[in-house]
Design a binder for this molecule. Structure first.
Ligand code: SPV
Ligand code: MG
Length: 307
């Protein structure tokens, strides 16, 4: 059965929403999330789409971003993110965990779980986080293009987004190699191209975007070139910006601070002013709904018995 997004007049599914955002001339921001709570917070703060970051999910599991978490472990986290939100979620599928077959198995599972798209990068399994070390081995270009083609065939809904990410710049292979790869992946059926750079300035991204000339939507993650403005990205014709790991990193700082403060003072009093109150959490998670529903259903039960 195909996604509701394809039914004329029916509700627009999350895959179609994500695809429209990628295709639209307006730039969209995907906020990183790594569990149900961070996903809910990002949505409630107004983000229209989320990035289920492999780096952040791995870190929150106490694992390293080098495929230490299995793909089913990653998707088990995504399940909570999908369940707790209504905005589209793009899942970071790393290299696709092997060949075309494991990649399409991952894609089909992510789609079934309610994600709006997946992203695969052209490195070899097991990958290493793009900011760590210099040994980033690129996949064979034809093999990766075949992986994208296999995923394109395997999805149930043709709006389900397949974001092909080239790591050519991360591997130090230059803008021409990145362009060659991006074009091969576009032809293989990628919905959008994610071009990743770890330079402190956006020069490579600027060169890439100018030469790419809008052949397909472009996605970036300005983690290291953070001082470049969103308006500059708009001028470059970027479709989507991923804020890739910032909630996870904020959580690390906040958790470390509160542990230090409680350890040093042997009291939780000093921490209180800096942390969410219990009331805030109960409100955010809508605990009142449980009581309201219980009351409503119990009342209905009583009146039914009286009839
Ligand atoms: C992630 O968030 O897991 C990414 C983006 O792949 S990055 O860490 O910037 O490589
Ligand atoms: Mg990743």
């Amino acid at each position: 059965m195909r996604n509701t997004s394809r039914q004329p007049g029916g509700p627009v599914g999350k895959a179609a929403q994500m695809r429209r955002m990628l295709d639209s001339p307006e730039m969209v921001f995907l906020m990183e999330a790594h569990d149900g709570l961070s996903a809910r917070i990002a949505q409630s703060e107004g983000f229209d789409a989320l990035w289920a970051s492999g780096f952040s999910i791995s870190t929150s599991l106490g694992l390293r971003d080098s495929d230490e978490a299995s793909w089913s472990q990653l998707l088990s986290v995504v399940e909570y993110m999908v369940a707790g939100t209504s905005v589209p979620i793009v899942v970071d599928g790393d290299t696709g965990y092997g060949n075309f077959n494991t990649a399409r198995r991952f894609l089909v599972s992510a789609e079934r779980q309610g994600a709006a798209g997946v992203c695969f990068e052209d490195k070899v399994f097991p990958k290493m986080n793009s900011f760590v070390g210099d040994s980033h081995r690129l996949a064979d270009i034809d093999e990766f293009a075949a992986k994208i083609a296999a995923c394109s065939e395997a999805r149930n809904d043709e709006d389900f987004c397949i974001i092909a990410r080239t790591e050519a710049l991360i591997a130090g292979r230059g803008v021409d190699e990145a362009l060659k790869r991006a074009e091969a992946y576009r032809k293989a059926g990628a919905t959008a191209i994610f071009v990743h750079s770890r330079r402190q300035v956006a020069d490579e991204i600027e060169q890439f975007a100018a030469a790419w000339a809008d052949r397909a939507p472009l996605v970036i993650a300005p983690t290291t070139y953070a001082s470049t403005s969103a308006d500059t990205f708009r001028e470059l014709g970027i479709s989507a910006v991923i804020w890739a790991n910032h909630s996870m990193r904020a959580a690390v700082t906040a958790m470390r601070d509160v542990c230090r403060s409680i350890k040093a003072s042997e009291s939780v009093l000093s921490a209180e002013a800096k942390i969410a109150s219990l009331k805030e959490i109960f409100e955010f998670m809508d605990y009142a709904e449980i009581e309201e529903t219980e009351r409503r259903l119990l009342l209905r039960g009583t009146s039914a018995a009286d009839d």
